[in-house]
Design a protein around this ligand. Sequence first.
Ligand SMILES: C[S@@+](CC[C@H](N)C(=O)[O-])C[C@H]1O[C@@H](n2cnc3c(N)ncnc32)[C@H](O)[C@@H]1O
Length: 459
Amino acid sequence: MSKNKQAPVTKNETLDVDVTDLTYEGMGVAKVDGGYPLFIEDALPGEQVTAKVIKVKKNFAFAKLLKVNQASPDRVAIVNKKLTQSGIAPLQHLSYDKQLEFKQHQIAELFQKAHLDQVQVAPTIGMEHPVQYRNKAQIPVRELRGQLETGFYRRHSHDLIPIEDFYIQDPAIDDAIVKVRDVLREFQLPAYNETTHQGLIRNIMVRYGKYSHELMVVLVINDKHLPRAAEITAAIQEKLPNLDSLIVNVNQSTGNRLLGEKNTVLAGKDYIMDQLLGTKFLISPLSFYQVNPVQTEKLYSLAIEKAQLTKDDIVIDAYCGIGTISLAMAPQVKHVYGVDVVKEAIQDARTNAKLNHIENATFVTGKAEDQMQKWEVEGIKPDVIVVDPPRKGLDASFIESALKMQPERLVYVSCNPATLVRDAQLLLDGGYAIDQPVQPVDQFPQTPHVESVTVFTRK
Ligand SMILES: C[S@@+](CC[C@H](N)C(=O)[O-])C[C@H]1O[C@@H](n2cnc3c(N)ncnc32)[C@H](O)[C@@H]1O
């Protein structure tokens, strides 16, 4: 790197470089001037490329791929460049086998960097058909060239790229979005404008039950009411005769929040049904539900197997959502306690317990870290704790309570290896061991996202 600490590249400069690495976001990395990293979208390790510098920072720069001069043997033909530009499928140019390897190595590398080299990581469990897997879409609606458009934002921006085939979503969802978009155009409803906070339609959310084939459409609007609601409902129903739930969600916030709190049903039910591992689930618009049902069944089966449950076990399922893991475990144990911060998710979890005739599950609304302290004070002694937190991982106070409760096993389902490794350090220091390899399961093919299951055993 140059001694005066100035960036060794300038904006708009064109360079021929060797790509040596891939970032966690799936960008190629080339080192310039002895170490200064250049991040290049769509470039792969082992490639020689020509790239144009587009953004320069003191310690790194971003460059645009102009030409691949020597391609990696792992490069495959892309489906549509918009899918890379939008971040919908930023790994579409990497063969699926290598995507799976990349995810395994990502976790292993993070454990190594944390000096936890003893932790093994198993090969990633992939999908047979790693496309069209998502059961949910949240699609921004904006005005482009005078008409209402649906698509996805260009990465690191809020510029909408019109897209009809989203490649990783169930085709039934893509079809619903186009049909709803056409109705919104027909009624000349104004798209939301983030800058002026004017306009009406912000997003379209669609959920589709893989097994039930039930379809939910949520129109997210920047007003208290949808004008001409009855006519719009009839028009959408005509185009989508199999629609089970049509909902208006009011979101008048000025920020990036995708959904508001208030839902009004325009037609059908205020939920859809689906199932996982034979257990039925009712899913409300505001509740979390895993987006890749095929891989979720593999993930949950693994979590259950690794928990080594017995009939006398007490289980805590923290971050339980609508109770998917809790209810899959309940038939094998004495009692399951679930906690989630979203009130609607806990209501769904209670309904789901009834629907599946499960009586040994208790669900509580609250922050997992607070509820753990309450359960600890109440004297609940779990044999197994399952955690499936959001990307930010576990709160330190959660780990403290978990350690005090001394479960035999803690099964950690993680969607972010960085926070998994951070939390693992505390659990290992607290008297737990990772005796079996961390198991990655590919929940998000064509993207760099990594999901995994790790078992911590009391020493
Ligand atoms: C990755 S999801 C897992 C949900 C569920 N286990 C499943 O597989 O469907 C994470 C869940 O954590 C919940 N959550 C986020 N922060 C939380 C907190 N501090 N305490 C409890 N739940 C929280 C979210 O509402 C969401 O349902």
